[in-house]
Design a binder for this molecule. Structure first.
Ligand code: SF4
Ligand code: FES
Length: 249
């Protein structure tokens, strides 16, 4: 395939940035989107130009680093990560527009790379347990109802990619925060901090300039790990319970 790429180029945080058009030729439909960007960058390097900066690590859909907006959609036309998106989702001759996440809480560092440190600070605010868990316990040492264990596990699959924020018209990070609150809140080990956790994480979310949730649902629609919208309901129940509890005073 021969592809035309319109890529956001921005030298640094203070640069205004602009779209630049490139041609990428001989793209295999089996390449991932990142491998196609690798082809572009090899060409740019050979021509003495600055390669396009983009974030990536695992390239197997588990680290959450590779998020970009492709043709206006977080991670592009499939509900997956950019590294797991393949060029077979596009057609020969396509023009594809690639931009960084657009959110106040995710400032652009360079080109397609944004600073997602705000997510780290939300986790630091409450995403931990103080219960001594020791070494790996036997599978049935601490009975947890299967439905609770499954819900905790599903919430724990959030990879912190930020697609939920990029897709939300309010740039809210509430699905991410709700996934972390639900993950620990469903397990016995997470109970000692349950009330304080939700308050601290939501306060940090708000302090990082994420927008508020107005139940639009774009976040869950683009989430590559299928984090459900009702984790936000669980967060809201925990928050209300915590704020009305004497223990949170
Ligand atoms: S909730 Fe989904 S979209 Fe949001 S950071 Fe986690 S994995 Fe990514
Ligand atoms: S590079 Fe790790 S999820 Fe894409």
């Amino acid at each position: 395939m021969n592809i035309t790429l319109r890529v956001w180029r921005q030298k640094g945080p203070d640069d205004k940035g602009r779209m630049v058009t490139y041609k990428v030729e001989d793209v295999s439909e089996d390449m991932s989107f990142l491998e196609m960007l690798d082809v572009l960058n090899e060409k740019l390097i050979l021509e003495g130009e600055e390669p396009v900066a983009f974030d990536h690590d695992c390239r197997e859909g588990i680290c959450g680093a590779c998020g970009v907006v492709i043709d206006g959609e977080a991670h592009g036309p499939e509900t997956t990560t950019t590294c797991q998106l393949h060029m077979r989702s596009f057609s020969d001759g396509d023009t594809i527009t690639v931009e960084p996440w657009r959110a106040k809480a995710f400032p652009v560092i360079k080109d397609l790379v944004v600073d997602r440190g705000s997510f780290d600070r939300i986790i630091q605010a409450g995403g931990y347990v103080s219960a001594p868990t020791g070494t790996a316990p036997d599978a049935h040492a601490m009975p947890v109802p299967k439905a609770d264990a499954d819900r905790a596990f599903d919430a724990a699959t959030c990879i912190g990619c930020g697609a939920c924020v990029a897709a939300c018209p309010n740039a809210s990070g509430m699905l991410f925060t709700a996934a972390k609150v639900t993950h620990l809140g469903m397990l016995p080990q997470g109970q000692p901090e349950r009330e304080a956790r939700v308050v601290q994480m939501v306060n940090q979310h708000d302090a990082e300039d994420f927008g508020g949730c107005t139940n639009i649902g774009e976040c869950a629609a683009v989430c590559p790990k299928g984090i459900p919208l009702d984790t936000i309901s669980q967060l809201n129940r925990d928050l209300l319970g915590s704020l009305t509890s004497s223990r949170s005073e």
